[in-house]
Design a protein around this ligand. Structure first.
Ligand code: PLP
Length: 399
């Protein structure tokens, strides 16, 4: 069966002009409008952590929608308060700003960090530091700290006072002329869009020390890695990164738009009503669904199962590389994996993704030519094995 493709829908051309039109999903599979089945190794870009067709999430949302959908942030609701309480307990946090997307979570983080730095270190302490190949979102602030020039150039000028240093180069921190003028450093623990490279131990240590020395707010962008994707609740905890702020989004509400910017007391204590806001962020429906997601992800053995499945996937990928006699590296952690095959050229990636799609497998790309695998965290080992088999059959055809 051929994929059900829709051509030129009334969507902006910055996305694509041809789309696979997906109709439904169950477990680790989605089905297109023509009924063709796809094993999903992408989970809606690392969003659908608990898989598709979840009756529990649908019921939680439906029950809450019948009671109350929206109240604005002039008031609050039980689910919002309960979710905030659960999230602050995941680390050294006092409060959560809820939003609707990863970009918004980072936007809030940058604003809070700047407010803190200006009040604590002086009005000129406004700078942001980020890293090569980092991706933090498309809104103007988040884009300003994103590395990819082609995303930025059409919209410049963006924020000034932003510098981008080489990732995993601790010495580069020494090139910051006056660190006291830096408000925040924002970093991903594993670069989700930029090639699945992990922060090195040396870089973690250097960031921790540098930020402590100059009272710089360290922001861990865990929009893609957070809430269990790597087999730990936070990838930054596992890496030993002492983040002041953590940002979350993608899987937080099981596919509904919800983001969280977790802040410590030292920032919260400086805030006044009106400093920042949101209309929809942290509404009762998304919060209720997020509570269900957290219950599952924090249940006994769940994160361990993600770790184990990550190791299984790693083993299967290595086995397949060997059987095709291909050189390659496996990057990332848990169920956020990158497969880097030097002989797979960037210009072949679209063909590889299409071939996989034709064969009933959805995969993602990261960086230029890294195959990104981020399936639902609930995927089974059999499904992982099946996906790897389809993937390597396609790789064999393309290379
Ligand atoms: N930060 C990271 C690490 C991401 O991977 C993404 C999206 O891919 C974002 C921020 C932006 O999130 P959103 O597209 O929800 O604004």
């Amino acid at each position: 069966m051929k994929p059900y493709i829709i051509e030129k829908p009334a969507l902006p051309k910055n996305f694509a002009e041809r789309f696979l039109q997906i109709e439904s999903g169950k477990g680790s599979y989605v089905y297109d409008k023509g009924g063709k089945e796809y094993l999903d190794f992408g989970s809606g870009i690392a969003v659908n952590a608990l898989g598709y067709g979840r009756e529990d999430l649908a019921k939680a949302a439906y029950d809450q929608m019948k009671k109350l959908i929206h109240v604005s942030n002039l008031y609050t609701t039980g689910p919002t308060v309960e979710l905030a309480e659960k999230l602050v307990k995941t680390g050294n946090f006092t409060a959560v700003h809820f939003g609707n997307s990863g970009s918004e979570a980072n936007e809030a983080a940058l604003k809070y960090a700047r407010l803190y730095a200006k009040m604590k270190k002086g009005p000129e302490s406004v700078g942001f530091v980020s890293f090569s190949n980092g991706f933090h979102g498309r809104t103007m602030g988040a884009l300003s700290v994103t590395a990819t020039e082609k995303y930025k150039t059409p919209f410049s000028p963006l924020l000034s006072d932003c510098i981008i240093l080489p990732f995993n180069d601790p010495d580069s921190l020494k090139t910051i002329k006056d660190p006291r003028l830096t408000a925040a450093i924002i970093v991903e623990v594993i670069q989700g869009e930029g090639g699945l490279v992990s922060l090195s131990e040396k870089m973690v240590k250097a960031l921790n020390e540098f930020c402590a020395q100059y009272d710089i707010i360290l922001i861990a962008d865990e929009v893609q890695t957070g809430v269990g994707r790597t087999g730990s609740f936070y990838a930054s905890d596992e890496a030993g990164l002492k983040a002041d702020i953590i940002t979350l989004a993608k899987p937080l509400a099981g596919g509904l738009p919800l983001s969280a910017t977790l802040i410590p007391a030292k920032i919260n204590d400086l805030l006044h009503p009106g400093d920042h806001g949101t209309t929809f962020g942290g509404g009762p429906v998304t919060s209720t669904v997020a509570l269900s997601v957290l219950e599952k992800i924090q249940s006994d053995g769940f994160l361990n199962s993600v770790k184990e499945k990550g190791l299984f996937l790693d083993k299967e990928l290595k086995k397949s590389l060997k059987s095709l006699d291909l050189q390659g590296d496996i990057l990332g952690k848990g169920l956020l994996r990158g497969l880097k095959i030097p002989s797979l050229k960037p210009e072949s990636m679209a063909a590889l993704m299409n071939t996989c799609q034709d064969q009933g497998l959805l995969i993602l790309r990261s960086g230029q030519n890294i195959i990104r695998i981020a399936p639902p965290l609930t995927i089974s080992e059999n499904e992982l094995q099946k996906g790897v088999t389809i993937l390597f059959k396609a790789i064999k055809e393309i290379i």
